[in-house]
Design a binder for this molecule. Structure first.
Ligand SMILES: O=C(CO)[C@H](O)[C@H](O)COP(=O)(O)O
Length: 215
């Protein structure tokens, strides 16, 4: 059964406490927090104060996805703002090993994310050091985009590497996730499904989260 990480990016920011409490009452396993800086990605989402506000009400661990340049500058601050897991982008980290060690030293679970065009093989020397690999199934920056079909074979390749070397990291997929693609994603090896608009724009988010979990 997959774990579910609804993305707070798709919540109603004027009612953030209400939406976090809905997630607390749901079968969600994490709350996914998307940080965008307008540089690494073209959009700006929100920063530390919103992360702190979510953390204040959250009863689920915060899975923080840093879509920012030079993420090392903000690791400690996001850990203090409530991050249980900190995921950085391979494409934003010239010294990825150092960055991953820094996240571990802070006491957070280290994750690495890949943009759609980046092959999984670039992670071969770091896979033993991370708790999570996040495969972007849309180009990062915006919620509500169309799922990229090539993601399936990318996940299959990552799962094959995981099995071959006995790694323990979880595979997370993010972008355009819905009930049509979730079953095949889980079959290919995905452990955590991130879903934003599909959850928050549904008539019954609690049921949508439950349905995704059993997909
Ligand atoms: O990282 C993200 C965008 O960069 C979002 O988490 C992702 O797009 C989820 O939103 P949706 O489910 O609406 O596609």
């Amino acid at each position: 059964m997959a774990e579910i990480a609804p993305s707070i990016l798709a919540a109603d920011f004027a009612n953030i406490q209400r939406d976090v409490e809905m997630l607390n009452a749901s079968q969600a396993d994490y709350i996914h927090v998307d940080i965008m800086d307008g540089m690494f990605v073209p959009n700006i989402s929100f920063g530390l104060p919103v992360c702190e506000a979510v953390y204040k009400h959250a009863k689920k661990p915060l899975d923080v996805h840093l879509m920012i340049e030079q993420p090392d500058r903000y690791l400690e601050a996001f850990k203090k703002a409530g991050a249980a897991g900190l995921t950085v982008h391979y494409e934003a980290c010239p010294h990825l090993h150092r960055t991953i060690q820094h996240i571990k030293e802070l006491g957070a679970l280290p994750g690495v994310a890949l943009n759609p065009h980046t092959p999984v093989e670039v992670l071969s020397e770091i896979l033993g050091d991370v708790s999570l690999v996040l495969i972007m199934s849309v180009n990062p920056g915006f919620g509500g985009q169309k799922f990229i079909q090539n993601t399936y074979q990318k996940i299959a390749k990552l799962q094959a590497l995981k099995e071959k070397f006995g790694y323990t990291f979880k595979i997370e997929v993010d972008g355009g996730v819905n009930l049509d693609n979730a079953p095949l994603l889980v079959k290919e090896g995905v452990n955590i499904l991130v879903a934003g608009s599909f959850v928050f724009s549904s008539d019954n988010p609690l049921k949508t989260i439950a349905d995704l979990k059993t997909s």
